[in-house]
Ligand binder design. Structure first.
Ligand SMILES: [Zn+2]
Length: 146
């Protein structure tokens, strides 16, 4: 999914689950689970996308995600826990970055790329964006209502 979707889920987990020993593993595991849902993201056609454009799009996506998550949930958890939850919810894709940008085709980057590649369920826009809006909104509502 987009870094924005992952950041929002990591952020709402920190905001609604006060215990980091539960929230952090949950935020970490949310990443591969969310990627199983059909989705679009900036890495959709990454092999054919110019590296500079891909990098720019990743940075915009991540910045947007962290900013939105902070506006919505940043006041509801200690800052370090909040940022930690977002970090572990994004780290899977961050660890793929050396494979994408530097062609580091060796472990652990190649393993993480392989894993991410296998579980990614790609879908074109608009469907691949709608699925994320529905799923992320649903997760936020459920966690907020519990
Ligand atoms: Zn991912």
């Amino acid at each position: 999914m987009t870094a924005t979707s992952h950041a929002l889920v990591g952020g709402v987990i920190a905001a609604t689950i006060p215990d980091p020993s539960i929230g952090l593993p949950l935020a970490a595991i949310s990443h591969p689970l969310l990627d199983l849902i059909p989705h679009w993201d900036v890495g959709f056609n990454w092999r054919k996308t110019p590296k500079l454009k891909l990098f720019r799009d990743c940075v915009i996506d991540l910045t947007l995600g962290v900013t939105l998550a902070y506006i919505l949930f940043g006041q509801e958890a200690p800052l370090l826990y909040f940022l930690g939850a977002i970090f572990v919810s994004e780290v899977w894709d961050l660890l793929e970055a050396p494979y994408w940008f530097l062609k580091w085709d060796f472990p652990p980057f190649s393993w993480i790329y392989e894993f991410g590649h296998r579980i990614q369920n790609k879908a074109k826009p608009p469907f691949g964006i709608i699925t994320q809006i529905v799923v992320v909104t649903g997760i936020i509502l459920v966690l907020k209502l519990i």
